[in-house]
Design a protein around this ligand. Structure first.
Ligand SMILES: [Zn+2]
Length: 267
């Protein structure tokens, strides 16, 4: 089995997790910029974080022959402070040329507030000006549908953004259709609490098709499973999916989307 982990917060994981992922067939891992579990006190904290994502983490993964990529932004949870967000956005261009940077993400909404929407618009503008791919986080639980609609409208209102260069993450049964109909890609997050189980993710693939969907573990500092993708592949096999069809979802699809960034390559 081979697969891509398109969404893992590896700064929060142990080196043993890297070894387990490579053993299970992981061919590349991609790490979106996210909340650290606490609010950072200034933009300097983000500068250090971006160095961690572009220097130290790829070096840690390389010890196991695993290519490590990342996305940069200020995450929605810390976007309430528009002044801080402006300072962090000003830092990002100096990192965009680094060898493992895929684009802007994971941006989006957390509580669907006015300030979060303003900061989302600023990120979309930055991605358009710098010709970057976009990875979007959608809020969880009861705000997901409303938040997804708000996000899709912000993206559509910027005519410079091509829909196929945007992946909307954490889609579920009630948001997948909206995302795919706008021409975007969708990500399903396999998480033991609050997000998709392997069985639900495979149901979503059965209903909506597998053309523009991928799966990720979103493993982070919380209760999460770095091997969620290979475990879901076992569920797919049990339900009669062929080896080729599984490979297309867990390897081919992420390679197709991510290869729109010229820096992405897998051996
Ligand atoms: Zn995440």
């Amino acid at each position: 089995m081979r697969y891509i982990e398109p969404h893992g917060h590896m700064v929060s994981r142990t080196t043993d997790d890297y070894l387990d992922m490579v053993t299970a067939g992981c061919a590349a891992v991609c790490e979106p910029a996210f909340w650290a579990g606490f609010d950072r006190s200034s933009s300097d904290g983000f500068r250090d974080y971006f160095r961690q994502l572009t220097e130290y983490e790829p070096a840690r993964a390389a010890k196991y022959g695993l290519p490590h990529y990342c996305w940069l932004c200020i995450n929605p949870k810390e976007s309430e402070d528009v002044g801080l967000a402006r300072d962090v956005l000003a830092l990002i261009p100096e990192f965009l040329g680094r060898a493992n940077v895929l684009g802007i993400g994971e941006i989006g909404l957390n509580k669907n507030s006015r300030n979060e929407i303003r900061v989302l618009e600023m990120h979309v503008d930055l991605a358009a000006r710098e010709n970057q791919l976009i990875l979007v986080h959608t809020p969880h639980l009861e705000d997901k549908l409303k938040g997804t609609r708000l996000i899709l409208d912000v993206i559509r209102s910027d005519s410079r953004i091509r829909p196929e260069r945007v992946l909307i993450d954490h889609v579920e049964e009630h948001t997948a259709r909206l995302v795919l109909d706008r021409g975007h890609w969708g990500g399903m997050t396999l998480y033991p609490i609050s997000k998709c189980t392997p069985a639900r993710a495979v149901d979503i693939l059965d209903v909506f098709g597998s053309d523009r969907l991928w799966m990720n573990s979103a493993c982070d500092w919380g209760e999460s499973v770095p091997l969620a993708i290979p475990r879901t592949a076992i569920e797919m096999r049990k339900r009669g999916w062929s080896a080729e069809a599984i490979d297309r979802v867990i390897y081919g699809n992420p390679v197709k989307f991510l290869s729109q960034c010229p820096r992405f390559s897998v051996r």
